[in-house]
Design a protein around this ligand. Structure first.
Ligand code: 6R9
Length: 657
């Protein structure tokens, strides 16, 4: 199948400021080949640049695939590497984290904190002291962190890592139910939350949501509450404690010895959406994860000691874990974090952040760029972007228009700007431009090429490599550092989801094409996962929420293209007999879903139908629903139970368009 994707496969741009780093795609391919053929040796050489307490005994244990273990028995500690090493060096007074709270109005935020490595060291140690001495937590225990974007979040992550306590950050836009599911699955003993968080001038009542979640959990013994918004909350005797009260009792110079965690010990669990209702707890190791971060911070971000790096994501997602917290701190640079929204209270808050802190490395998303673009260039007149020397995008495919616009506005068409492909499961960036190493020319919309040592390819249904410009599935053939250890508590599912479609090779679930120069273009998900404004959601999660509503009999949710958010979810709903289809019910269904899953799960439209396209065995054919509403050929429908259902979907959609 040869398809015209109307992508600018041929357009090549050489950023003038990185001219000396530019090499031709064919030379890069040779370098890539050598590293990838010798991937164990190659990754060992990268890992050896980190500081290990004890060297590994084996580079890769591949005796039980796909449960690979990297740098087996090597001893290393993520918190020691990200904090102690710098606090004990000349970087002691260097700023590790610049944090700004949500501004009330205007350009100047009320609250800004510059946390030096020396201070971070003290805070992380004091919090580790609390975890260890006050709550008696130890290596292998799990804790959940349900916090807004405040410095306590990275501090708790680093304190847990120091002790080998497995942390699970739950994005603060998730609902009580989603939080309860994640706490239960992780078997978390402690929950750390806040009274609330600021977003667009409103308080997100995190403690209230957490209280609701805790009604349905059994493992959490204690709750620590950080005061942020001072809203009224209820504290449960014997269970809840204000963080401040505990913290002030900890000796100022508390020191907690970092655990000699093993490379293959879990560092964290991060839940992500898949194709079934239950979120998957992706477990990351320690040594492999730090290795991929070290590699990508250098190759992809060309990181230097003088850099101010700003990743505009939320720490609740993998991008925040890797490139707000662990990546930048591992390299001893300054990382910027902000609370609230990029365009509140002023539409150009993001530009003001770049200017005020002199951001040099910018990592953002296509959705963010498109929302800036919508306002037109005048909004940014007079803004100084000259500090930015390199930028990348992540989270979803970037459309060439958005690429060109941002490249001109911020990049002055002279600095590297790529779209880095990776996912929660890969731990770090896998396909990208590598301005820190050698740079192949940019093409608007492409992802570039796989990193050295990353054996990615595009294959057809039979697992054979596709021809240039032919659509296929993205795969990764060889293990890499940063890959998951497993799905928490469900190793069979890990094998089934990622390693079974093409036996023995990793299947991420994305469609991709490779062009004739060998550049990769990731086109979007091949499964029932959608990216709404860069947030990963399973349509199945939304469906499960809908069918729990008393009025709903059946539901199908699919993602449809959206000019701003990339994709948005729309629902086709079959009501129970006797239920009235009206606007009021639509509203209540939407509220219901937001409540069940979280405010990020807003359905863009709801359509009522009397039947859904299903196979004869009763499975909803979302593929058919999606084809109908996106005006694509419906393809093979021989297994369809009732063809009239297709017409029904079409009619419902057309009528409301
Ligand atoms: C890092 C992150 C992973 C999914 C992935 C893919 C999409 C991410 C992309 C991209 C095209 C890019 N994706 N980066 N698609 N170009 N540069 O986003 O992780 O939330 O787990 O999502 O995001 O579809 O499969 P995660």
């Amino acid at each position: 199948m040869s398809v015209n994707w109307s992508l600018p496969f041929e357009e090549k741009i050489i950023p003038s400021k990185y001219q000396s780093k530019v090499i031709s795609p064919s030379i890069y391919k040779e370098l890539h080949k050598i590293a990838t053929e010798n991937y164990k040796e190659f990754w060992a050489s990268i890992a050896s640049q980190l500081e290990w307490f004890k060297p590994w005994e084996k580079v890769l244990d591949d005796s039980n695939p796909p449960f690979y273990k990297w740098f087996v028995s090597g001893e290393i500690n993520a918190s020691y590497l990200a904090v102690d090493r710098h606090a004990k060096s000349w970087r002691k007074n260097k700023v590790a984290i610049i944090w700004e709270g949500e501004p009330a109005e205007g350009d100047k935020p009320k609250e800004v904190r510059y946390i030096t490595y020396g201070e971070l060291y003290r805070e992380v140690n004091r919090v580790a002291y609390i975890l260890k001495e006050v709550y008696g937590l130890k290596k292998g225990d799990a804790i959940s962190l349900y916090l807004p974007m405040i410095p306590e979040l990275p501090i708790f992550m680093l304190a847990a890592a120091r002790l080998g306590i497995i942390f699970s950050v739950v994005f603060s836009g998730f609902s009580a139910q989603a939080l309860a599911d994640r706490i239960n699955d992780a078997r978390a003993k402690l929950l750390v939350t806040a009274d609330g968080g600021w977003r667009r001038g409103k308080i997100v009542p995190l403690k209230d949501i957490a209280d609701k979640a805790l009604e349905n959990t059994s493992t959490v013994e204690k709750v620590l509450v950080v005061k942020r918004t001072n809203n009224n909350i209820t504290m449960k005797e014997g269970r809840d404690e204000f963080f401040d009260n505990v913290y002030k009792q900890v000796p100022l110079n508390a020191y907690v010895e970092p655990e000699r965690t093993k490379s293959e010990d879990p560092l964290f669990i991060l839940y992500t959406s898949g194709t079934t209702g239950k979120p998957k707890g992706i477990v990351h190791d320690t040594g492999g994860y730090l290795t991929i971060l070290h590699a990508t911070m250098n190759w992809v971000f060309d990181i230097k000691d003088s850099d101010i790096m700003w990743t505009t994501a939320d720490i609740g997602w993998i991008t925040g874990h890797s490139y707000i917290v662990f990546g930048p701190l591992l390299e001893g640079v300054t990382t910027v974090m902000y609370e609230g929204a990029l365009d509140y209270p002023n539409p150009d808050r993001w530009a003001s952040i770049i200017e005020r802190y002199g951001v040099t490395i910018l990592y953002t998303s296509p959705t963010a760029i498109r929302s800036f673009m919508k306002l037109g260039e005048d909004v940014y007149k007079g803004r100084d972007f000259s500090s930015v020397r390199l930028m990348h995008s992540v989270g979803e495919p970037i459309n060439p228009e958005a690429f060109r616009w941002f490249f001109r506005l911020v990049g002055k068409e002279s600095i590297p700007f790529g779209s880095t492909w990776w996912m929660t499961e890969t731990g770090g960036i896998m396909i990208s431009h590598l301005p820190g190493l050698y740079l192949i020319p940019l093409k608007p919309g492409t992802n570039g090429m796989p990193l050295p040592g990353i054996d990615a390819d595009v294959v057809n249904e039979n697992g054979n490599p596709t021809k240039p410009e032919e659509r296929g599935y993205l795969v990764i053939r060889k293990p890499w550092p940063g890959m998951p250890l497993t799905i928490w508590g469900d190793p069979d599912r890990y094998v089934k989801v990622y390693w079974s479609k093409f036996p023995g090779i990793f299947y991420p679930g994305d469609f991709a094409v490779k062009d004739s120069d060998g550049y990769f273009w990731i086109l979007g998900r091949a499964d029932e996962v959608i990216k709404v404004a860069g947030h990963r959601l399973g349509t199945y999660e939304l469906e499960s929420a809908l069918i729990h509503h008393p009025a709903v009999a059946e539901a199908a949710v699919v993602g449809v293209p959206d000019p701003l958010k990339g994709e948005v979810p729309v629902a086709f709903v079959v009501l129970k007999v006797g239920q009235k289809a009206n606007e009021e019910l639509k509203k209540s269904l939407n509220e219901w879903v937001r409540e069940q899953v979280g405010p990020i799960a807003s359905l863009s439209s709801i359509y009522f139908v009397s039947k859904l396209p299903k196979t004869r065995s009763g499975k909803i054919m979302r593929r058919v629903v999606k084809a109908v509403i996106t005006n694509q050929p419906v393809g093979d429908v021989t297994t369809l139970e009732d063809e009239a259902s297709v017409e029904e979907v079409k009619k419902a959609y057309e009528e409301l368009k």
